[in-house]
Write a new protein. Sequence first.
Length: 474
Amino acid sequence: MLIRNILSGTPAIAMTAALGSALLGGCQSYEPRPIDLAQHRASVLARDTALLTPDTAGLISPHIARPDAGHTPGVFDASDGLSLPEGQALAMFYNPDLRVSRMQAGVALAEFETAGLWQDPEFGFDASDILSSNAPTETGFVLSLSIPISGRLGVEKDRAGAHHAEALARVVHEEWAVRAEVRRAWIAWSTGQERAALLQGLVEQVESIVQIAEDLGSAGELSRIESRLFVVELAKRQAELSRATADKRRARMRLLALLGLSPESTFVLQPGLANAAEIPEASVIAMIERNTELATLRAAYRAAEQSLRLAIREQYPDIAIGAGYGNEDDDRLLLGVSIPIPVLNANRPAIARARAEREVARASAHAAAERFEHALAQARLEDSEIRNQRAGYEEIVLPLLDEQAADVRRVIELGEFDALLVLETVSGMFEAQVAMLELRQSELISATNITELIGPPPVLPGQIEFETTNGANP
């Protein structure tokens, strides 16, 4: 009886049909997309092959030599192995943490693209039936719409845009940090390669000395106790070589992880301790403007400003207008208007919170600027100390060791062989070479830290602008 009465009128049928069409045409359907880790692992393993294709080279090449070198892009060619610039560019695409950051920025983009939309209209229906009489069922249909007269929707769009800009700034900051981390890892791995090579050479030299010591012992010119010292020294150096080889493998594994390649990757990595990056001379304010962390915090402050602006705008209410059709004894047209009066709440809690969050964002930027200045001063001090230490080794220690080695060679040429003196000289040269290598590593890492703090160089005419990659899969 009730359903028949509801659907009996022509206006009711028209309104019901219109509402049904709107619901069917505007709603989206859910599609499950389960995680397939086995398929993902297969795609990671396939990256070695993908890197050799021309399409991959075309995607990665524009990201070589920028932004730390600041000149025109190079050419990505993985057929001869990966160099440091190629590895840094490759990490922009395959580094797993960067891929997650870009997906998070995609969330902000989705919110920006859908922000500022009007609220959906609301459909209301009422029906009543007097049970004690034969009176007809009374029905009413109302379609209400909220009209944002305050301009709130435009501010919502601005706030979503500010959050998207903040997300992009964060991706740029993380990309810059990954470039620096890849460089540090490459330096550490290359240093490990050279240290292992030095140890291999030392072991071979000590093996020769051990053979000579055994010959001298057989001839009675060297005691058994002295001869055993050379064997112990050889065992110690062989153990060091074993550890250095393991450290070298671990450093390669860490590098592959940063590049987004499988630990089973067979790609040849080209070791090399490049020259330290040139540290620009500029004012602290100019360097603050380039720092990527501070750029992210400035973007966060702008987003906080827009959140406060929206909270203030939301204290002005929207107008709700409703119109419809009713049927009691006669057909009637229904019309209603409602508007909240902002006198008791007026969105004060949200405004107070947004204002406080803006001050937190301001304080965060100020604190980061202070940390930046101290970190930069500390990094410059460490860089200066390392350079002084290296200069001392080059100017004093190495010349003395070279002179000692020359004197030992002259003694040997005269037919006098002092095995202990030779071993001490060889070990001293090795320790000095390792110390120089470690100082070189420290100098390069120090320069990398300073470069990371300062941020990407400004774009000059003819250079490629530093921007976040779009997350495309090579």
